[in-house]
Design a protein around this ligand. Structure first.
Ligand SMILES: NC(=O)c1ccc[n+]([C@@H]2O[C@H](COP(=O)([O-])OP(=O)(O)OC[C@H]3O[C@@H](n4cnc5c(N)ncnc54)[C@H](OP(=O)(O)O)[C@@H]3O)[C@@H](O)[C@H]2O)c1
Length: 371
């Protein structure tokens, strides 16, 4: 019986008044932390119509470890594998003590990045986000875990939903979805925002929660909600434009994170899917929070010259021309802003990079650009 059939059969049973039956319902418990625990409760209706509530997932040992049932090699499918986040997930999985069977998806298996992945022992397959079913077919073996990420486009929500559907119907056990923060754990859970790609992520999250709850295999999931990437600061025109739009936020601080750290959290989730910090949970990931002048002071100290920026008019024109993306996003940064907690992230991962650490590691980019 397919998952949709199972759901409709449950609904039918409810309508027909056939008892006893159990329904899985999600309750959102929000702590005053960046980590939003979603705890699944089973509501059991007995024939006397009394209601029993029993937690299925109860926070237990906070130490990360692979669960005992997981000694055989797990296959993990990585979307966006040649990109910043997917690449970082692969780096962290390869560096872990567990031997994962990693399948990387790309549209072009002959690219330099794809070939580099293959040379590191990763299976590289061709696939397109527009057709997740064929990705699973091409993988050719059961997939235990999926790292899902989409690119910003009008199709983002649809591509995210169909990836979740394909994962559920292929028996995937754990799904890590890289979404984006929308104002902290409480706000993100209820507010799609008016920014197009933020709203798409909100709806994908809701779809993932719902499909996982009713999946035959009891698929678990982790939603990662990163803030703006340090990696937007590049030496090309995109980086110059980003620096200017950051500067145009004035004294409003922008929360930032390194994509390497997103990869660390995703890998931890695959290593410990039962850990209550990751099991059916959402985490806002943030490594630093700065105004552009504060960032510039660090940049200048490390690189020896001021952070390069596009002319002021370019920042304004970009936001006007790309109103639905950059324009709405920077307006939201100015009026609302992300709501992560650096200290809480660092309490989980003390090596979480701040801007200074990220600049120290990446200063070579600007030295190279100068020569
Ligand atoms: N930039 C930020 O500050 C920021 C902050 C929070 C969230 N995000 C979100 O991060 C996501 C992008 O992640 P990223 O920056 O890690 O990606 P990225 O570095 O831009 O790389 C894009 C990846 O997606 C793959 N890809 C693109 N189109 C595809 C398609 N049609 N089918 C299959 N694969 C496709 C590319 O692979 P191939 O080219 O090899 O096929 C590549 O691996 C977006 O949803 C964005 O909203 C960004």
């Amino acid at each position: 019986m397919g998952n949709n059939d199972q759901v409709s059969s449950i609904v039918k049973s409810i309508k027909m008044g056939s008892v006893p039956f159990s329904v899985l319902i999600f309750l959102t418990f929000t702590r005053t932390t960046s980590i939003n625990y979603l705890i699944t409760y089973r509501y059991h209706f007995s024939s006397s119509h009394s209601l029993q509530i029993t937690p299925i997932a109860r926070p237990h040992n906070l130490t990360l470890s692979m669960s005992s049932s997981t000694t055989q090699t797990k296959t993990v499918l990585i979307l966006g594998a040649t990109g910043k986040q997917g690449g970082a997930v692969i780096n962290n999985l390869l560096a872990s003590s567990i031997d994962f069977d990693i399948i990387a998806v790309t549209r072009d298996t002959s690219s330099t990045t794809a070939r580099k992945l293959a040379s590191r022992g990763v299976t590289v397959i061709a696939g397109n986000l527009s057709d997740p079913a064929s990705i699973f077919a091409r993988a050719g073996r059961p997939i235990w875990g999926v790292f899902g990420v989409q690119v910003n486009s009008g199709a983002e929500e649809q591509q995210g939903r169909t990836l979740v559907d394909a994962a559920v119907s292929h028996g995937v056990r754990h799904f890590v979805y890289s979404s984006g923060d929308r104002g902290g754990p409480e706000e993100s859970a209820v507010n799609p925002t008016g920014v197009q790609n933020f709203a798409a992520k909100y709806h994908i999250e809701k779809h993932l929660e719902a499909r996982a709850a009713f999946s035959a295999q009891g698929m678990t999931y982790t939603v990662l909600r990163p803030v703006t990437f340090f990696e937007n600061l590049t030496t090309d025109r995109h980086g110059l434009g980003f620096a200017r739009m950051w500067e145009q936020l004035g004294d409003k601080k922008l929360q930032l994170v390194s994509t390497a750290d997103i990869g660390w959290f995703a890998a931890q989730s695959f290593l410990g899917p039962e850990d209550p910090r990751y099991r059916n949970a959402a985490l806002t990931l943030v490594g630093d929070e700065l105004t552009q002048p504060e960032g510039d002071a660090i940049f200048t100290k490390i690189v020896g010259r001021a952070m390069p920026m596009a002319p002021c008019v370019v920042g304004s024109v970009v936001k006007w021309v790309f109103k639905d993306t950059a324009g709405d996003m920077f307006a939201w940064f100015k009026e609302h802003g992300y709501g992560g907690s650096v200290s809480e992230c660092r309490s989980i991962y003390p090596k979480m990079q701040d801007f200074r650490a990220w600049m120290e590691e990446n200063k070579g980019l600007w030295v190279k650009a100068e020569n």
